[in-house]
Design a protein around this ligand. Structure first.
Ligand code: NAP
Length: 512
């Protein structure tokens, strides 16, 4: 270990992939400023191939711990020269003060540049998670090298859980990383499982491996420097999931509440089997400390079936969708639907009434999709009279029949006569922001709720404000449902304003 060693903490290693030695050296200082603990100098990216002078200049006065890698094309790198030349570059790096060199396990031990105490012995599979992962990891762990590294492509999120198994079994410092989007949790949570390090890119587009987050994401979004062995884990299951605002909202909330918790994205392919396989793998590992899941499209119905009617809230069963799973320390599951709760509570707050105050009022719901279904079920539950207007009349009728509502086509909107109007369609959403189902607000309407949150001020909301109605936005609903999830999982009041600010900031960024 060197005097720059971050003393047992999981290193945040910034992989540097510049193609000139001067740019790579400059990026090394950029990585230090960005908060990295170490840099990986990917010398195989340098073009032309680095000479002795380049290596000496790169390493002189390095501000951080250095790992030098010169990966051959056969192992997913860019070095096309001979094997002796490649190993000579690594040996040269050690001579000039590199703290570590990454040497592929395929290199025979007697050719390895050394000493072993400065070698990270690595193994990569860019196609899949090796079926003999445990045996491979054990072999690396049993070698003379000081550190072992195994990296493989994750075909599914459960592969990333296998990376944590590897970390749990290694006796000496190890890195176990699942590449690609499905494996990103292995990079985010490496610190919880005591990994030697985790890799990050300096900026988007500078990744040295698929699925690598940026250093800013790991530090600011996932707060990896605060992870401990006791960190509780939460996540959002979806397909796609990369666009989800939930990690930003919940991680900010955990930070504001001073909680040792981390919230991660989980890309689970659309099939119910995919969902079940992941859940089974997760629950088989209670030591993950997984405490909650948000569930989004297309897995909400799968979640209801997996958790089972008996363990789900009554309205979630009626709606047929669970978007929140709570996992007790003994593995017991509970399912809720905070979509409806978020919507109804936003509406009631806007109208200044309790949920029970909806009884006997009338609401026109425009739309008959998933969001409309949750809202109609909740309105009916609180004995509000519901009239559904939908483009596809038959779909509207089917929903109406289920919940004792009336249904019409959009052509009947000019006869709308209700106290509450709720838009549950995408009409008015970015980029078609100059559209609205209503040209003006009919006289009897007292409250208008547009579930769209991008933009927050839709044309319908602007009409409502002009008509002096209570105006409830999709932002209110979105924040409410996240608040409800946070409080369901943690049984503590959510930092609502922090969460709202994160969503508003993200939406502002989305519209730019
Ligand atoms: P969905 O299941 O796909 O349903 C879409 C609904 O919009 C259907 O009723 C559809 O009518 C109607 N529609 C779509 N395009 C239309 C058009 N050009 N003219 C008239 N009607 C049209 O979607 P969803 O999941 O219910 O989401 C609906 C909206 O809710 C989204 O656009 C989103 O803005 C909002 N949302 C808000 C939140 C929040 O937290 N605030 C969360 C999720 C979604 P047909 O039946 O005729 O196809």
């Amino acid at each position: 270990m060197t005097d720059k060693d971050p003393a047992g903490r999981t290193r945040l290693i910034c992989a540097l992939t510049a193609t000139s030695a001067a740019a790579m050296r400059s990026d090394m200082f950029g990585a230090a400023d960005a908060g990295a603990d170490a840099v990986e100098l990917r010398l195989d990216y340098l073009d032309p191939r680095p000479g002795k002078r380049d290596i000496a200049d790169l390493l002189a006065g390095a501000p951080l711990e250095t790992i030098v890698t010169c990966r051959p094309t056969a192992e997913g790198g860019r070095f096309t020269g001979s094997e002796p030349d490649r190993l000579a570059i690594l040996a040269e790096a050690l001579r000039h003060g590199a703290d570590w060199v990454d040497v592929e396990a395929a290199v025979p031990p007697h050719y390895r540049p050394g000493p072993d105490g400065r070698v990270i012995l690595s193994r990569h599979d860019f196609k899949r998670c090796p079926s003999d992962l445990a045996a491979l990891a054990a072999r690396l762990d049993g070698s003379d090298a000081a550190v072992s590294k195994i990296a493989f492509a994750a075909e599914a999120c459960e592969d990333a859980l296998r990376a944590f198994d590897v970390l749990g079994h290694c006796r000496k410092p190890a890195l176990a990383l699942a590449m690609k989007e499905a494996g990103v949790i292995s990079r985010i949570l490496a610190g919880k499982f005591g990994a030697f390090g985790t890799f990050a890119a300096l900026s988007p587009g500078a990744e040295s491996a698929p699925g690598q987050p940026t250093i800013a994401e790991l530090i600011d979004l996932y707060r990896v420097k605060h992870l401990t062995a006791a960190t509780e884990v939460y996540g959002v299951i979806g397909c796609p999931v990369a666009h989800s605002m939930s990690p930003a909202i919940h991680n900010a909330a955990f930070a504001a509440a001073g909680m040792d918790a981390c919230y991660v994205p989980l890309l689970i392919q659309p099939g119910e089997d995919d969902f079940r396989r992941f859940m089974d793998a997760l629950l088989a590992r209670p030591w993950l400390d997984w405490r909650g899941l948000s569930v989004t499209i297309p897995h909400k119905e799968h979640a209801l079936r997996y958790v089972g009617d008996g363990a789900c809230d009554e309205l979630a069963v009626r709606i047929g969708a669970v978007n929140t799973i709570t996992i007790a320390p003994d593995g017991t599951l509970a399912g809720d639907n905070t979509d409806y709760a978020g919507a109804i509570d936003a509406l009631c707050a806007g109208m200044g009434i309790p949920r029970e105050g909806l009884a006997g009022r009338s609401a026109a719901v425009i739309g008959a999709g998933g969001v409309a279904r949750a809202i109609v079920a909740a309105l009916a539950h609180y004995r509000c009279e519901v009239i559904i207007y939908n483009r596809t009349v038959e779909r509207g009728r089917r929903l109406a029949e289920e919940f004792g509502a009336a249904a019409f086509g959009l052509d009947k909107l000019d006869q709308l006569d209700a106290e509450i109007v709720i838009n549950c369609t995408s009409v008015g959403m970015h980029p078609n922001v100059d559209r609205s189902h209503l040209a003006s607000i009919p006289p009897r309407v007292a409250a208008v709720f547009d579930t769209i949150y991008n933009p927050v001020e839709t044309m319908l909301i602007r009409h409502a404000r002009a008509a002096d109605c209570a105006a409830i936005t999709g932002l209110d609903m979105f924040v409410n449902q996240a608040v409800a999830q946070f409080e369901r999982w943690t049984a503590t009041p959510a930092p609502r304003e922090v969460m709202r600010e994160v969503v508003a900031r993200k939406l502002g960024a989305t519209r730019e």
